[in-house]
Design a protein around this ligand. Structure first.
Ligand code: 13P
Length: 360
């Protein structure tokens, strides 16, 4: 027996299992899947609008699911102007189900934060939702920004000797820091220093990025400015192999959403994106694993916010979602849509993803 695909549904928990209950297509109070394209660092504004236009053309009259586009910051304003609901309604028979997404935001509202963009700036140009905690930012910043080599440099003998001198000349030097540096500088500690340098260089290269705490602040800044949040979480290959997936996800969600009150949870969409399944050359997570994690996240939300909230929060899957696997993924009882990278840059592929379960 093949599992049916519902484009609109309710969700119920019976015998400890979440199930989708079909709803009339377009039922306004049913759950609407959300198919979101994360363009990452691709497309100049004009090219983004051209891509969106081709997608709308292939998705005439689709009103039963939500679609979202996350261009880089530079493409937001142009796309905001283009996706004006009356125009989309007139031209393509779609409208209020199209959402403009930003890929990140900063938690402070203004000030000396060169290069950052605040949530109220995004809201002011028509952004509806913001992706927060994407793994590209949680885990890859160390690699790109070179924190690791800069820390490694600080563990060289010459840097430590100079620092010791500089700190000891201060009025009230921190004795603990001074003695730690003096200790490291002892001849017998050469190997320790070298080992420490290698360890930290590797750690930062692999792991430095946005912390759960920074992500939590971003979540609150977005909500305070009327933006909905697409909260990303997911484990890397190492954590999966070490059977630490659930522990890690629980930490990401508990800390990241800490302080979000129950009535505000309808402004939150969760995206489960296992890092090992993302990007060219990787394989999507197998459906059993997606189902298992989505159920885990939903049960955690039930503990934190109760069954009613847990049944309705949309949990998306991301990681090599393509036209040929979207149906299988959307058949899972815990999945409410997809956060799509590569395939969202191709009009034909992304429109097929939006049209999952419909005849061609
Ligand atoms: P891919 O679909 O290219 O694997 O990317 C997933 C992703 O990171 C979306 O945010």
């Amino acid at each position: 027996m093949t599992t049916p695909i519902y484009r609109n549904y309710y969700r119920q928990r019976t015998a400890n299992q979440w199930r989708k209950i079909p709803a009339e297509q377009g039922d306004p109070s049913a759950i609407r899947p959300f198919l979101a394209g994360n363009w990452k660092m691709n497309l100049i504004p004009r090219a983004g609008v051209a891509l969106a236009a081709r997608i709308f053309d292939l998705c005439h009259n689709i009103r039963d699911v939500d679609m979202g586009f996350a261009p880089p910051f530079t493409g937001l304003s142009t796309l905001a102007d283009y996706i004006e609901p009356d125009f989309l309604q007139r031209e393509y028979g779609i409208g209020r189900n199209v959402f403009l997404l930003a890929q990140d935001t900063f938690f402070e509202s203004k000030g000396a934060f060169t290069g950052e963009i605040s949530a109220d700036m995004l809201a002011a140009i028509g952004v509806d939702r913001v992706i927060i905690g994407h793994s590209d930012r949680r885990a890859n910043l160390g690699k790109y920004f070179g924190f690791s080599s800069s820390v490694a440099r600080r563990l060289s003998k010459s840097f430590l000797t100079q620092s010791h001198l500089r700190l000891s000349q201060r009025e009230n030097p921190d004795i603990k820091i001074l003695s730690a540096i003096a200790h490291l500088l002892e001849e017998s500690n050469n190997d320790v220093l070298e080992g420490l340098e290698k360890f930290l260089e590797h750690e930062l290269n692999e792991r430095a990025g946005e912390s759960d705490e920074a992500i939590q602040r971003k979540v609150h800044a977005a909500l305070a400015n009327g933006l909905q949040v697409i909260f990303c979480c997911g484990e890397n290959r190492e954590a999966r192999r070490a059977h630490e997936t659930f522990e890690l996800l629980e930490r990401q969600i508990r800390i990241g959403l800490d302080g979000v009150a129950r009535p505000t949870m309808h402004e939150i969409i969760i995206a489960y994106e296992p890092i090992w399944a993302i990007g060219e050359g990787a394989k999507p997570a197998p459906p059993e694993q997606i189902a298992e994690v989505h159920d885990f996240i939903r049960n955690l939300l039930m503990d934190l916010y109760g069954e009613q909230v847990a049944a309705r929060v949309r949990i998306l899957y991301g990681g090599n979602v393509k036209p040929d696997n979207i149906c299988e993924i959307m058949q899972l009882a815990g999945v409410d849509g997809a956060l799509v990278g590569g395939a969202s840059l191709n009009a034909s592929d992304f429109s097929k993803i939006i049209r999952f379960g419909l005849p061609n």
